[in-house]
Design a protein around this ligand. Structure first.
Ligand code: AP5
Ligand code: MG
Length: 223
């Protein structure tokens, strides 16, 4: 199974992707994380991508398609995988359909209004070691330096600056939202309200995935 987590910047794709990955035992693949790692290590690809990321623009389809093609060939993706932040354009969706044509897929759209996205991204802190995101809204100034999970240093993402956040939301609305219609036509698109708590959103997602992956049935039998 391929699970695509779809939604605007700050909608919770990474947060939910980690929870979904843990529950269903499938790897989460985030093109944003892969690109940021390439920027950090200074690869040629990272150097090409950096300017687009900093400006809140999309990196070219060719670059991200190649990254995904390589990643989904890995052994840990044999049973399936969770995509976070890919595809983001119709050509990317078409490329994905070609590169792994027979795998069943479900696309879960996490719906959050723009004004809430801005608030979440303005307060986001990311662990420099394990990449887990947290938020100043759930932390106190005294503990907003160190990751609760691994003790790594918490940082702000360079693209979480106010003007870049605005641009990322605009790019999402113009270039990525049209994908909803594409996946609706394929009858694989489901939408969840992403404005509740992290746990509430996760529950909504698992209701869908349990039905698709047969986990609800499994648990009823075990009881
Ligand atoms: P990417 O890293 O994918 O960024 P994004 O799509 O803008 O999404 P974010 O990672 O900002 O948000 P998220 O949805 O993961 O939310 P999170 O869980 O962190 O991409 C970055 C850049 O790389 C792009 O701009 C582009 O340049 C390039 N790129 C990447 N993929 C590409 C592609 N396919 N094609 C071309 N270019 C590409 O949560 C956000 C915050 O909210 C956190 O603080 C979290 O703690 C908090 N939070 C989460 N859920 C809740 C909740 N329910 N209630 C309250 N707070 C919450
Ligand atoms: Mg993310």
């Amino acid at each position: 199974m391929r699970v695509v987590l779809f939604g605007g910047p700050g909608s919770g794709k990474g947060t939910q992707g980690d929870l979904v990955s843990e529950r269903y035992g499938l790897p989460r693949i985030s093109t944003g994380d892969l690109l940021r790692e390439a920027v950090k290590t200074g690869t040629p690809l990272g150097r090409r991508a950096e300017v687009f990321i900093k400006a809140g623009e999309l990196v070219s389809d060719e670059i991200v398609e190649e990254m995904i093609r390589e990643r989904i060939e890995a052994e840990d993706c044999r049973e399936g995988y969770i995509l976070d932040g890919f595809p983001r354009t119709i050509p990317q969706a078409e490329a994905l359909a070609r590169m792994d044509a027979t795998r069943p897929e479900i696309v879960i759209g996490i719906e959050v209004r723009s004004e809430i996205l801005v608030g979440r991204l303005s307060g986001r802190l990311v662990c420099s070691a394990c990449q887990t995101a947290t938020n100043t809204s759930v932390r106190t100034p005294a503990n907003d330096v160190v990751c609760n999970l691994c003790g790594g240093r918490l940082e702000r993402r360079t693209d979480d600056a106010p003007e870049v956040i605005r641009q990322r939301i605009k790019v999402y609305q113009e270039q990525t939202e049209p994908l909803k219609a594409y996946y609706l036509r394929k009858c694989v698109y489901r939408e969840v309200d992403g404005e509740g708590t992290i746990d509430e959103t996760f529950r909504r997602i698992t209701l869908i995935l349990d039905a698709v992956l047969g986990r609800g049935e499994e648990r009823r039998i075990q009881r």
